[in-house]
Design a protein around this ligand. Structure first.
Ligand SMILES: *Cc1c(COP(=O)(O)O)cnc(C)c1O
Length: 383
């Protein structure tokens, strides 16, 4: 029998042959500017040469080292990550995907507190495995699956008293994104995350900040939570973390992580040598290329140009973002706009929420690329 590839998502109708930094080429040799980046994964650029060369070295040296053994790349990656870890974290656990990092974070919170309930936010996205799905808002993603019942969703950017009302002595964790990614590029308002942190602390609940999309320089700081000065108990990272290699991480404190000892969690591929070599090189790129600062600058240039040149369009409801995570909220479905951007202007972007064109370009975009993105959106809104 000839197998057919099952696609989780509809095809965008583009056959990608190769890529380099912010560009991809189709099989005809046409170049596209990539502000989709595989849902934000290629933030450090496609095939970033430093990451490729570190991976190549690892391929020749060692690719399998079970979590039961030790190898030098583990130490290398952990030392490198120490330089960029979120404030307050002294321990890192590895996993293979964003959803698995979220699962690990939730298991830590349940095991550490001995409680069951989790408070999450409307509009949130945390992944599609059962635990992560249980704290993900979208009813269409959840429908038909036995998601956990001890989860309460409250509005994102809720007033402090709403958070206070939802959290009590049975709450194991509050999980929150510092910017709703899938949910429509909605920024945390001033005071919101600080209030969530305060309520978590007062009730002995673990605060999990999910930085799978926002983390690793994307929003103009290494971690988006730095914009807010909060110190969560757990931070999850993924997407950009491996520069394209599938890997995720959970940053926490030792006393919390200890609760998973004795075989209470594990994963065959977690922290494998290739993944850790990728992380190690990704940290080098992050620090030595000044990635966060460049994301802040390019993000400001892009946001300003968008506000200036498409902000007045009658189809545009709002333009917002942090660093290189930008949303253009429309008064209509974004899919025809995304298709036009791809077909007519050779610019790739993606949807967020119901009506938002989301832009997640690599840190390396220049002014010409900013111009191309703005020109594409402008051209496609004018029809
Ligand atoms: C993408 C994403 C996830 C899930 O990551 P996967 O690697 O697809 O499992 C979790 N949380 C956030 C905030 C995300 O954007």
């Amino acid at each position: 029998m000839v197998l057919e590839l099952f696609r989780y998502y509809g095809s965008r109708g583009l056959r990608i042959a190769r890529a380099s930094m912010q560009y991809v080429w189709d099989t005809n040799g046409t170049r596209y500017l990539d502000a989709h980046t595989g849902h934000g994964v290629a933030f450090l650029g496609h095939n970033n040469p430093r990451i490729v060369s570190r991976l190549r070295r690892q391929l020749n040296e060692l690719t399998i080292c079970s979590p039961s053994f030790e190898c030098s790349v583990q130490q290398e990656a952990v030392e490198k990550l120490s330089r960029v870890a979120p404030p307050g974290a002294d321990t890192v656990l590895f996993a293979n995907s964003g959803a698995e990092a979220v699962e690990t974070a939730l298991k830590i919170a349940w095991a550490y507190t001995g409680r069951r309930k989790v408070v999450a936010f409307k509009g949130s996205f945390h992944g599609r495995t059962l635990g992560a799905l249980s704290v993900t808002w979208s009813p269409s993603y959840r429908k038909g699956f036995p998601v956990l019942e001890d989860v309460e969703f409250i509005p994102y950017n809720a007033e402090p008293y709403v958070v206070e009302k939802a959290v009590d002595e049975n709450t194991a964790a509050i999980i929150v994104e510092p910017v709703l990614g899938e949910g429509g590029v909605v920024l945390a308002e001033k005071g919101f995350l600080e209030a969530v942190k305060k309520v978590a602390r007062e009730n002995g609940a673990v605060l999990i900040v999910d930085e799978v999309q926002t983390g690793f320089g994307r929003t103009g700081r290494t971690w988006c939570l730095e914009h807010y000065g909060i110190r969560p108990d757990i931070v999850t990272a993924g997407k950009a973390l491996g520069g394209g290699f599938p890997v995720s991480a959970v940053f926490t404190r030792r006393e919390l992580a200890e609760s998973l000892r004795g075989g209470r969690h594990g994963s065959t591929y977690a922290g494998n040598p290739l993944a850790l070599a990728a992380v190690s090189a990704a940290v080098d790129v992050l620090l030595e290329e000044g990635v966060a600062v460049r994301a802040a600058e390019a993000g400001k240039a892009l946001l300003d140009a968008l506000v200036d040149r498409v902000g007045g369009n009658r189809l545009v409801r709002d333009i917002r973002g942090k660093g290189l995570m930008i949303g253009v909220e429309l008064r209509k479905q974004p899919l025809p706009v995304l298709k036009c951007m791809q077909d007519r202007f050779h610019v790739l972007a993606l949807r967020a929420g119901i009506t938002v064109v989301r832009l997640l370009p690599p840190y390396s975009i220049g002014l010409g690329d900013v111009e191309a993105i703005v020109g594409a959106i402008r051209g496609c809104l004018e029809g």
